[in-house]
Design a protein around this ligand. Structure first.
Ligand code: SAM
Length: 242
């Protein structure tokens, strides 16, 4: 379906191609240790999740990072009944739509949790947790060129995101974000990763559903678990862990 240029929800950016500083930014984050303090409320929530034993049950872990209302987390929990699926978002307003006000809530193999992701990912890494799958569904695009370092692939936390392992699936509606994400993974891992058009009959999440209804083009980047595994091994044997 043809997209209308100024259709609501289309990413509007003055950036027409991959950001010229992306490569430098990714290299910098790979070579240095990120020292920013952790987000305190997220530490507490993570501690209560750990105390509940949810991370020690032996079931493979799937993360739905930036899960919004948690609708996609519930769908993934049904799709992968032998795994524990954890949806994480910082937005109280969005999570409240699933009944979560503070901390975390669990229904069967589906956990919804309020936390800041850069902290949550670092805490998981610190405990040596690895993932089966990692979904990043429609991350905030941060379309202004000056906001490059807020996009996950140019953020200092990016090496942690990759080292958490598992099969990564990132979906978005901005082709440049998808191109940058794929390029950043390729630069970090040496793997040949590229974005693909993504089609679905029904949206897995509210944002995906909204974009599908508007006939917008969607993109997906898939990173195989062998790629993140090699990255993890290389980091564990000498690379900066921070
Ligand atoms: C565009 S929405 C997509 C929500 C959902 N995945 C969907 O597809 O409907 C991006 C989500 O990421 C969350 N988010 C952005 N940055 C975050 C961060 N640093 N920590 C936790 N959540 C974050 C926002 O609160 C928001 O719910």
């Amino acid at each position: 379906m043809e997209q209308k240029r100024n259709s609501p929800g289309l990413v509007n950016s003055s950036q027409a191609r991959v950001h010229p500083n992306l490569e430098r930014q990714v290299s910098k984050h790979l070579e240095s240790r990120w020292m920013q303090p952790l987000h305190r409320p997220s530490i507490q929530t993570y501690a209560s999740l750990k105390d509940s034993g949810a991370l020690l049950e032996g079931a493979p872990l799937i993360l739905d990072s930036g899960c919004g209302t948690g609708a996609s987390t519930r769908r993934l929990a049904l799709q992968f009944p032998a795994s524990t699926v954890i949806g994480v978002d910082q937005s109280q307003v969005r999570l409240a739509k699933s009944g979560l006000s503070q901390g975390f809530q669990r229904e069967g193999n589906c956990i919804l949790l309020r936390a800041e992701l850069a902290t949550f990912w670092r805490l998981l890494r610190g405990d040596g947790v690895t993932l089966q799958r990692h979904y990043l569904l429609y991350p905030n695009p941060w379309p202004k060129p000056g906001h490059l370092s807020r996009r996950w692939h140019a953020h200092p936390v990016f090496p942690h995101l990759l080292a958490l392992g598992g099969e990564i699936e990132m979906r978005c509606n901005w082709e440049i974000y998808a191109m940058e994400f794929a390029l950043a993974v390729s630069l970090a891992t040496g793997a040949d990763v590229s974005p693909k058009p993504f089609q679905a009959a029904q949206g897995i999440s509210p944002f995906e559903q909204k974009y599908l209804q508007r006939g917008q083009e969607l993109f997906v980047v898939n990173v195989g678990r062998e790629v993140t595994r090699s990255f993890f091994c290389a980091r564990s044997s000498g690379g900066p862990s921070g």
